[in-house]
Design a protein around this ligand. Structure first.
Ligand code: NDP
Length: 470
């Protein structure tokens, strides 16, 4: 059921395209997390004992209900986040549906190993749900990432306390209504709205919450890890990125150029997987630069309800952060080839938070701009001569989430894939996802993997059972 926050306080919720408040959300705190936990704890025994097919059926029904309301969800996601409605319709909401559908199936195929000690004993592994687990997600792909955690956690038999970002709460709220309509048993999923430093923090330090699956910034991940470690909670951290997009002269040019526009600016550049550092082989650099700048200048930024390429960035604070990072880049000697400024969109969006897609050139690989995540529509372009040189540049950052390599030379592609420090390597493509694959980063981009059976392993505890032959 839907309940108000214990504090009776609310937080304003903004429409980034207009800059105006359009709803309020509960300002929950540790008391609400306690209530959510206790509901989840009560529900655990019966939920975890349900046959997997029954749990899968609930997930399938939720998927179907979201799908039926695709338009409503997409419009809500767009209004809350500033992304174009078409993008939420094509990507965000269908992926949330796919997350529930995928884990409804995956759990029915999830098994465990056994080891025979001939003549002596047999060992098998029981994989049991953890109990009550916590899911905390960010604002860039709100329902997409929220359900990417919740679906496997529930499928594996856990009960869940989940907090969406307070910046984009709306589709999580709609999801809670759908779960009620679908008859998901009471206490199985508890969605708590509120600030990270209050409600999120209360989850990290709650002794009964056995695991936290978190996606968000590296700095927040560090705080959560420090708080959860003394309680020996299981942690899965999906954090920031500063991903290289490496383009060799033998790339399929047209495909590469169109994909690079997407990998640079999709969702206003607010995807942890965006390729924000573009390295181009020297002999292709001049041509690429001219074409990339031209295509970028043609991108339409505006009202997310219209057929635009980019909508608004998520908040005023975030817009100012992006603009200050552009200033830093100029201070470091960067030349702006395209964009660089806030855009004032006419009509209903004139107070909205829009930033031009921005390309910066002339910066060394090791300057702040090329080392720190910007998480907006801002990329740098840099020439390189050799494979070794570009590998050094690519691996010079503290992050290691994803990478993209454009080449038709399969040997080079394999060599690069082996040496690049990243959890994901896309060769001649970007953001092509198969939900069975491990998803996550190395270095400061995270700990652990989501997706496929990896996440089902995370959300279960293996127990070794050893039976002696008589
Ligand atoms: P934040 O780290 O600011 O927030 C993520 C979530 O954590 C929000 O729900 C937030 O709540 C909550 N939170 C904040 N502080 C705490 C705390 N002390 N304890 C517990 N929870 C807390 O990230 P953003 O929302 O700004 O998202 C952008 C970041 O996410 C980028 O760095 C991006 O790279 C990363 N990201 C990583 C992905 C990956 O798969 N590796 C995918 C997508 C994004 P609140 O909103 O109230 O602050």
């Amino acid at each position: 059921r839907l309940v108000g926050p214990t504090s009776r306080q609310t937080i304003p919720n903004y429409d980034p395209a207009t800059g105006r408040t359009y709803s309020t959300i509960p300002d929950s705190d540790h008391r609400d997390i306690e209530k959510a936990y206790s509901a989840a704890e009560k529900a655990f025994s019966s939920w975890s004992r349900l046959p997997v097919q029954d749990r899968a059926k609930y997930l399938d029904n939720i998927a179907r209900a979201i799908d039926k309301n695709l338009k409503v969800f997409a419009q809500a996601e767009s209004r809350d986040n500033g992304k174009p409605v078409w993008l939420a319709t094509k990507v965000d909401i269908p992926r949330a549906v796919a997350n529930f559908r995928f884990f409804a199936q995956a759990i029915t195929q999830f098994g465990s190993e056994s080891f025979s000690m001939p003549g002596e004993a047999i060992n098998y592994t029981l994989r049991q749900p953890l109990g009550v687990v916590g899911c905390i997600s960010p604002w860039n792909l709100p329902l997409y990432l929220f359900t990417w955690k919740i679906a496997p956690a529930l499928a594996a038999g856990n009960t869940v306390v989940a907090k969406p970002s307070e910046v984009t709460p709306m589709t999580a709220f709609l999801l809670s209504k759908i779960c009620i309509e679908c008859g998901l048993p009471k206490g199985v999923l508890n969605i708590v709205h509120g600030f990270g430093h209050k409600a999120g923090d209360a989850m990290s330090v709650h002794p009964g919450i056995k695991a936290i699956s978190f996606t968000g910034g590296t700095a927040t991940g560090r705080i959560i890890a420090a708080k959860a470690a003394p309680l020996f909670k299981k942690l899965s951290l999906e954090l920031g990125g500063k991903n290289p997009n490496i383009i060799f002269a033998d790339a399929d040019y047209d495909k590469m150029l169109s994909t690079t526009i997407r990998s640079s600016f999709a969702n206003q550049g607010q995807i942890c997987l965006c390729g924000s550092r573009i390295f181009v082989e020297e002999k292709l650099y001049t041509k690429f630069r001219a074409d990339f700048v031209k295509r970028t200048k043609n991108l339409v930024v505006g009202d997310p309800k219209k057929k635009v390429d980019l909508g608004a960035v998520v908040s005023e604070d975030h817009m100012n952060k992006i603009l200050s990072k552009i200033e830093t880049a100029v201070g470091e000697g960067g030349r702006i080839l395209a964009g660089g400024k806030r855009i004032r969109v006419s009509g209903r969006c004139r107070e909205g938070w829009f930033v031009e897609p921005t390309i910066i050139e002339g910066l060394p690989f090791n300057c702040l701009t090329n080392q720190e995540e910007i998480f907006g529509p801002v990329v740098t372009v840099m020439p390189f001569k050799t494979e070794e040189e570009v590998l050094d540049y690519a691996n010079s950052v503290s992050y290691g989430l994803s990478s993209t390599i454009w080449t038709q030379n399969i040997d080079r592609a394999n060599r690069m894939a082996e040496k690049i420090e990243a959890g994901i390597v896309w060769i001649n493509c970007w953001l092509l996802r198969d939900l069975r694959t491990p998803f996550g980063g190395v270095k400061h981009s995270g700990v652990g993997r989501e997706g496929g059976f990896e996440v089902l392993r995370f959300f279960t505890e293996p127990k070794n059972v050893c039976i002696k032959y008589i």
